[in-house]
Design a protein around this ligand. Structure first.
Ligand SMILES: NC(=O)c1ccc[n+]([C@@H]2O[C@H](COP(=O)([O-])OP(=O)(O)OC[C@H]3O[C@@H](n4cnc5c(N)ncnc54)[C@H](O)[C@@H]3O)[C@@H](O)[C@H]2O)c1
Ligand SMILES: O=C(O)[C@@H]1CCCCN1
Length: 314
């Protein structure tokens, strides 16, 4: 006897079954809370394995996870390469493999790029909901790549900012961003100009050295720090890290992978899942950083959502 062949869900199918990042927010909140509940949360998720491909400035990440609550077993394979300006391929490419947890059979292979873009932005939206200052008016995005777009989409849907600003190292991509999204976006010529007075800041760059400096920050601002996922990479300077209350997705991952956390020696206050559960407070009146490394369990719940919708024939 052999298992039924695995389904292949290309990016169009994933997009069709996962059209909006916000659809995932309830299951992501549950997954974050379960992850931060230890053994009783039923999440098994080792820190990802990352293989450097030094010759080409690239990395291969392997991200397995099992959620007992969702009864879902996946692994994501993701490559991330420092972008060559003339490169025609995206800097991040991914697939997610979904297994039948009862017998180990492979059920589906699906595009992982859309899942990565949307689940990351949805988790940042969750962090922002808890940690942004009351009456936040100004959103600032540093970076104009894939994650900038996915964050913009879910943030505009979930919150009501009066002003959105963007800065990018290559200004023409910031201009392109401002022209292609639905609402008004102000293109800034420097990161400092974009950050000063901002209430919520999203850093979504491939920077390896700080691009956000503490001296620019409005007290009480909330920062979602999405890039710099290597132990020697930074997006935030020491002043940001030391003068903010630091939330992370996973303590273990942050202490292994985040240059911003490791090199600044900043103290981790809480995992986001602990805030969702209510065992650690959200402190929206303080300046807060949510350092996101990205967790396999987020891909697991996203892949389950896509697969369940697809197999129901929606
Ligand atoms: N935390 C998570 O869960 C998660 C998930 C996916 C991606 N990421 C990270 O988010 C970041 C953005 O990912 P993406 O898919 O949007 O990448 P992308 O390649 O689409 O965009 C990268 C952006 O960074 C800018 N950039 C590149 N090098 C820079 C530098 N040295 N200084 C300043 N800006 C620079 C580029 O101009 C571009 O706007 C990456 O660091 C990526 O690894 C995190
Ligand atoms: O969680 C993720 O999917 C990404 C992969 C690339 C590095 C940063 N984190």
């Amino acid at each position: 006897m052999s298992a039924a062949p695995a389904a292949f869900l290309a990016s169009e199918a994933v997009e069709r079954h996962f059209p909006r990042a916000s659809l995932l927010i309830p299951s992501l909140e549950a997954a974050l809370a379960n992850f931060s509940s230890g053994a009783e949360g039923g999440v098994v998720q080792p820190v990802r394995t990352v293989v450097p491909v030094q010759k080409y400035n690239g990395f291969l990440g392997v991200m397995p996870a099992y959620s007992a609550m969702d009864d879902a077993l996946t692994t994501k394979l993701v490559t991330f390469y420092e972008h060559k300006k003339d490169s025609s391929v995206p800097s991040h490419q991914a697939i997610v493999l979904l297994f039948d947890p009862r017998n180990g059979s492979l059920k589906a292979i699906m595009d992982g790029s859309i899942i990565t873009a949307k689940r990351t932005a949805a988790v940042s939206a969750i962090a922002t909901k808890f940690l942004m200052p009351a009456d936040a008016e100004v959103l600032c995005i540093l970076g104009a790549g894939v994650q900038a777009y996915s964050h913009y989409e879910v943030f505009i849907e979930q919150f009501s900012f009066k002003e959105v600003r963007i800065w990018n190292r290559t200004k023409e991509n910031a201009v392109k961003f401002a022209r292609s999204v639905m609402g008004p976006v102000q293109v800034c010529s420097s990161a400092q100009e974009a950050v000063i007075g901002a209430d919520v800041i999203v850093t979504v760059t491939m920077a390896t050295m700080p691009i956000l400096f503490g001296e620019w920050l409005k007290p009480g601002a909330h920062i979602n720090a999405i890039g710099a996922s290597r132990p020697d990479w930074r997006e935030l300077d020491d002043e940001v890290m030391k003068n903010s209350v630091l939330y992370v997705d996973s303590r273990e991952a942050a202490l292994n992978e985040s240059g911003d956390v490791i090199l600044s020696r900043a103290e981790i206050f809480a995992e986001l899942g602990e805030v969702v559960k209510g065992t650690k407070p959200a402190l929206p009146e303080k300046t807060t950083v949510f350092k996101s490394l990205g967790m396999a369990i987020e891909d697991t719940v996203a892949a389950k959502l896509v697969y369940d919708s697809w197999s129901a024939g929606n």
